[in-house]
Design a protein around this ligand. Structure first.
Ligand code: AMP
Ligand code: MG
Length: 421
């Protein structure tokens, strides 16, 4: 009997190496478009926004009160109050006359400070009657005045190219008068699902079938990232059908994302199909959940308008695996395609309030919740099929290979809020 020893398995790629490989391959999509600032939420700036003006464009009052020359009030105190005539009234949106010496101006929040005034006294410190305004407070010079350009200086870059437009970024752009913004065109992603067991919610579940939950999770994740998504539905577990769908998807998409069928069983046709229609450049990562992740490219037919290739990422079918690999790999990859430079989620050093006696050979991503004591608990069942853990959790603990966790030690925690920004 032959006793040939099994060939040693090559070590799996580390998560850090896998991410570096993906990001190194990601090239920003071509094309920009001008969109109304109202419509630009979540888009990525193709061109920096440079301010054509100072913000605020003039000196403004930060309070309802009286604009004064501080020197005129130098004698005011509780014992000896100073009374000065009110020579003008400046509401917001109006221009102001130079302040007549020895007088004050009634002023409101956001209004232009009259030339010559150097300070605003809030109205709560002032008594006003026919004789004028009586001050019992010696204000420091400059109090309650917002200087011209205090927020933004003219000609400064307020939002660099590659910025993702948050609600506050839209407000900032609008504050310098930008009614439209130049953004990168949306990344076009085709997604399909493999598995003859998959049934759509709304249909009766036949014996042996399960609902296609990943279709909902992944589509939602893609639209949250601002992608243009084509959902090609469920593809049968057959090589020809998978190849045909890949070819169709490559035609006019930047990225083809698949779910399931990328493991090692005879019913897993995605990897051979991609190899036949393009290439696989990376497969299997030392992580848990999510080991069978695959990366590569699918050729476009020469007749297609957009010749070249479409990127391919194959996600494992297990719901927790596809969710985690999307957050950790697909998200940064898509952001890079969209021209975003900073794609790493922020992670926090936090205390583990649990013990995990054994580490895993692979880099684990444990679904964890922040407890009231500010520590972390983990979900009891960390199986990659248990989707409940992803709803219960607030994020992932990034636990290095072969590392047991002692209660009280500090672990690396990545909140879902960071992974879904
Ligand atoms: P696979 O990666 O195709 O070997 O699938 C791994 C596991 O995930 C199997 O138990 C599948 O039934 C399940 N699965 C695959 N695709 C989906 C999906 N779209 N939604 C929910 N579960 C799935
Ligand atoms: Mg399958």
């Amino acid at each position: 009997m032959s006793t040939t020893p099994a060939a040693p398995r090559p070590p799996l790629l580390s998560t850090a190496d896998a991410l570096a490989t993906l990001l190194a391959a990601a090239r920003r999509v071509d094309g920009a478009q001008t969109v109304d600032t109202f419509e630009a939420l979540g888009r990525v700036l193709a061109t920096a926004v440079v301010s054509p003006l100072d913000v605020p464009p003039m000196r403004t009052s930060a309070m309802d009160g009286y604009a004064v020359r501080a020197a005129d009030l130098a004698g005011a105190s509780d014992a000896s109050a100073v009374t000065l005539p009110v020579s003008q009234r400046v509401p917001a949106g109006q221009t102001a006359e130079p302040l007549v010496a020895g007088t004050v101006a009634r002023i409101f929040t956001g209004a232009t400070v009259p030339p010559g005034a150097d300070t605003v006294v809030m109205q709560e410190m002032v008594r006003a009657d026919n004789a004028g305004a009586t001050f019992s407070h010696v204000p420091p010079e400059g109090e309650w005045i917002t200087r011209q350009g205090a927020d933004i200086r003219r000609d400064s870059v307020i939002l660099p190219a590659g910025s993702r437009l948050t609600p506050q970024a839209l407000g900032l752009a609008a504050s310098v008068g930008s009614a439209a913004l130049e953004v990168v065109r949306k990344v076009r992603v085709a997604v399909f699902f493999t598995g003859d067991e998959l049934t759509m919610p709304g249909e009766p579940l036949r014996p042996g079938a399960i609902y296609n939950s990943n279709r909902f999770t992944l589509r939602a994740l893609l639209s949250k990232l601002g992608c243009d998504v084509t959902d090609l539905g469920i593809v049968p577990d057959r090589l020809d059908a998978t190849r045909e769908t890949l070819r169709r998807a490559a035609r006019d998409h930047d990225l083809i994302l698949t779910c399931g069928g990328v493991s090692v069983g005879e019913e897993d046709h995605v990897k051979p199909a991609v190899e036949a229609e393009g290439r696989i450049s990376m497969w299997q990562i030392a992580m848990k959940p999510g080991k069978p992740l695959a990366f590569g490219a699918v050729r476009r037919e020469p007749a297609d308008q957009n010749s070249g290739e479409s990127y391919f990422i194959g996600l494992p079918g297990n719901p927790v695996s596809s969710f985690c690999t999307f957050l950790l790999f697909v998200r940064p990859f898509i952001l890079r395609l969209a021209g975003v430079e900073a794609v790493e989620p922020r992670a926090y050093a936090m205390r583990a309030d649990f013990t995990q006696k054994k580490g895993d050979r692979r880099n684990e991503f444990l679904r964890a919740q922040v407890n009231e004591a500010g520590g972390l608990e983990v979900f009891g069942n960390q199986s990659s099929a248990v989707l409940t853990s992803t709803v219960w959790g607030d994020g992932l603990i990034d636990n290095p290979p072969n590392h047991a966790i002692q209660a009280g030690e500090t672990v690396r925690f990545i909140p879902f809020s960071e992974l879904m920004r």
